[in-house]
Ligand binder design. Structure first.
Ligand code: BYC
Length: 317
């Protein structure tokens, strides 16, 4: 009765406020749809581009066990990309368009993947810190208001948890190894710490999307809240490894019950986001080559799908 007098926007907000999931066929404000296409597609692109820095090390993993684990991790990331592209497609954008946005360089993907992986310890640091940061962000997304995205995130988070552990286990082995291995781990931590902190996005006061996304329960915590959670959770893990966080201002604060930390270099962050990071150009080049070289697979799969559809049509005729 009451709903008859409410605008569609207000009814929609009421559904969100009462914790209901929004499904693909439900009415939604255009901005809600567009925000989701933006976030889910950036997330999917991050998974796909995220395969490149680690794929680079599969052939150089130091043992069969390490190679198998890394291979499985990279395959999982391909799978995450596919679930997420499917979730984005439910909002009315095609896979072709999404691919075109990535390959042309118009789409954003996580800044973290524009840094190079120069040593085996980087495989440890990426799994531990990058997947660790990803889980902190993504656990909240299992409860996000858009049903297809939330459901995709449940499986993704389970797999990310394995990824984080495989990275930390590499770090533990190296830190319990020779002096040179420990030094290699410290060097990896030094290079990945700050870029991992940047993964959570700009400070809340500089984040244009957070306010609306919190209102629509797309985001359940702000960028700064998640970043703080990452620091609080990761510093004790650094201590177990016997390494040092490359931040002279890092200090436990008894009053707040959190670690205080130094200033992030936001100029570097925006520079990387705008395409000027060390690896931006190479990542796009590699994605475009993979796309072109994969054409025969896509053609084969579509020809097979067409044939199957023809067979089914004949059977039912
Ligand atoms: N890199 O208003 P804001 C993974 C952009 S992990 C590049 O705060 P929002 C993986 C942002 O898009 C990584 N761009 O935005 C791990 C926005 O630009 P537009 C992927 C960034 O969306 C291991 C502008 O800055 N995870 O996949 O409210 C192996 C203003 O920011 C970044 C996800 O994508 C960044 N770090 O919050 C393999 C999780 N940060 O679009 C793979 C889902 C911000 O307005 N995404 N920007 O032009 C999210 O939770 C949110 O989109 C973010 C940003 C927290 C990332």
């Amino acid at each position: 009765m009451e709903n008859k007098t409410l605008s569609l926007e207000d009814q929609f907000q009421n559904r969100i406020d009462s914790g209901e999931n929004i499904e693909a066929k439900d009415w939604m404000p255009e901005k809600y749809r567009k925000t989701h296409i933006r976030q889910i597609s950036q997330h999917a692109h991050s998974e796909v581009v995220g395969m490149l820095p680690e794929g680079n090390w599969i052939s150089r993993a130091p043992s069969l066990r390490r190679k198998v684990a890394l291979l499985a991790k990279v395959q999982d990331e391909a799978g995450h990309g596919l679930y997420l592209y499917s979730a984005a497609e439910t909002l009315g954008i095609s896979r072709e368009e999404l691919n075109e946005q990535l390959n042309s360089g118009r789409a954003k993907y996580s800044s973290i993947f524009n840094y190079p992986t120069v040593s085996w310890a980087d495989m440890g640091a990426v799994g531990w810190l990058v997947d660790g940061a990803a889980i902190i962000n993504q656990v909240m997304l299992t409860k996000t208001s858009y049903g297809p995205y939330a459901r995709a995130m449940v499986r993704i988070c389970k797999e990310e948890s394995f990824h984080q552990r495989q990275g930390y286990e590499i770090m533990l082995s190296l830190c319990n190894g020779t002096e040179a291995q420990k030094a290699m781990s410290q060097d990896a931590l030094n290079r990945w710490w700050w870029p991992s902190m940047m993964m959570f996005g700009p400070r809340d006061e500089e984040s244009p999307n957070t306010e609306q996304s919190m209102k629509w329960k797309i985001k359940k915590k702000t960028n700064d809240e998640l970043r703080q959670q990452f620091v609080d959770q990761t510093v004790p893990q650094v201590e177990i490894l016997g390494l040092t966080v490359p931040d002279k201002d890092l200090k436990w604060n008894d009053e707040t019950g959190h670690y205080d930390f130094g200033t992030i270099d936001w100029d570097e962050f925006w520079d990387v986001v705008k395409g000027n990071g060390l690896m931006n150009e190479k990542r796009l080049k590699d994605r475009n080559e993979a796309w072109d070289e994969g054409k025969w697979v896509r053609d084969g799969a579509s020809a097979y799908a067409d044939k199957q559809a023809e067979k089914r049509a004949k059977k039912t005729a």
